[in-house]
Design a protein around this ligand. Structure first.
Ligand code: ZN
Length: 295
């Protein structure tokens, strides 16, 4: 963990709860990551970052090409290793998740992945859909996705073709970064087929890992993770956005053994470090449907 760059006080803001808009944090439930803090809303129980970086300051961090190679050095980093170091484990994770979607009848038609990175999930999903499309703020990643032969769109959902509808819209590891989650869902809904599924996967707050690790929980990625959802608060978010039906999905995640061992302060020979280890309930997902006519 490191806290390198000094942060000017005027880059910080004290938001109301990003889920319910109320400003009633619990007086004692908080984790301190100076100058940041993670607090819990007494109204809807969402945990969120306050103070946090103003959105325009956060966007500057994401615009730095180094961010995608191994995280920000603007705040607290748990040195999880870069996306590419985790490639094998991520591919296993995505394959398993897509197979779960297939078993539940949540595949077929056109897939949109928001925040697709290098396209590992798109590759896992492609055999199960008529087409796969990804968006990402990382231009290098989008170039890679296009090289794979998929449609890659640089930027966010606002850059999607207005008339294009998708049967499945999936965002994994995105919602915890989003400053205006209700607006985000409303925007994606514009692109969701009437009988489509919008699926969000995110680190699981209140999981056994969180309870064991507390302040050391690796998903306290400060300052970029600004909201911490559990099954209740993520379902609540979808319902506030007009969802008529929600389903919670497990999201077992593989991690390179070396990454887990490193967190314990030990190291492993390189040939062993990439060995995948499955951990349940580090993340979870909720799939939602929005019936026609609801708002
Ligand atoms: Zn709230």
């Amino acid at each position: 963990m490191k806290n390198s760059s000094p942060i000017p006080p005027d880059s910080l803001e004290y938001p109301t709860c990003p889920l319910c808009g109320v400003d009633k944090p619990h007086p004692r439930k908080r984790f301190a990551f100076p100058p940041f803090g993670v607090i819990q809303c007494t109204q809807c129980q969402l945990w969120y970052l306050s103070p946090r970086l103003r959105e325009e300051e956060m966007l500057k961090v994401y615009a730095d090409p180094h961010y995608f190679q191994g995280g920000s050095d603007y705040g607290y980093s748990h040195q999880q290793g870069s996306y590419v170091d985790q490639e094998h484990s991520l591919r296993l994770t995505f394959n398993k998740f897509i197979r779960q979607l297939q078993r539940r009848g949540m595949t077929g038609g056109h897939l949109l992945e928001v925040g697709c990175g290098y396209g590992f999930l798109l590759q896992a999903a492609a055999p199960f859909f008529d087409s796969v499309t990804g968006t990402d703020f990382d231009a290098t990643a989008i170039a890679q996705v296009q090289k794979l032969g998929y449609q890659g769109i640089h930027g966010g959902a606002q850059n999607l073709p207005a008339s294009q509808l998708y049967q499945v819209i999936l965002a994994t590891g995105v919602i915890e970064h989003v400053y205006h989650p209700l607006a985000f869902i409303q925007q994606l809904r514009q692109h969701l087929h009437a009988e489509g599924w919008l699926i969000l996967a995110t680190p699981q707050m209140n999981s056994v890992w969180f309870k064991l690790q507390g302040q050391q929980w690796p998903s306290f990625k400060i300052p970029e993770h600004i909201s911490y959802y559990d099954q209740k608060t993520l379902t609540d978010l979808f319902q506030r956005a007009g969802a008529t039906h929600t389903v919670t999905l497990p999201y077992p995640h593989a991690f390179p053994l070396g990454m887990i061992i490193k967190q314990l302060g030990l190291s492993l020979p390189k040939w062993l470090a990439k060995y995948p280890v499955w951990l349940p309930a580090t993340m979870f997902a909720v799939a939602a449907r929005f019936e026609m006519g609801s708002s």
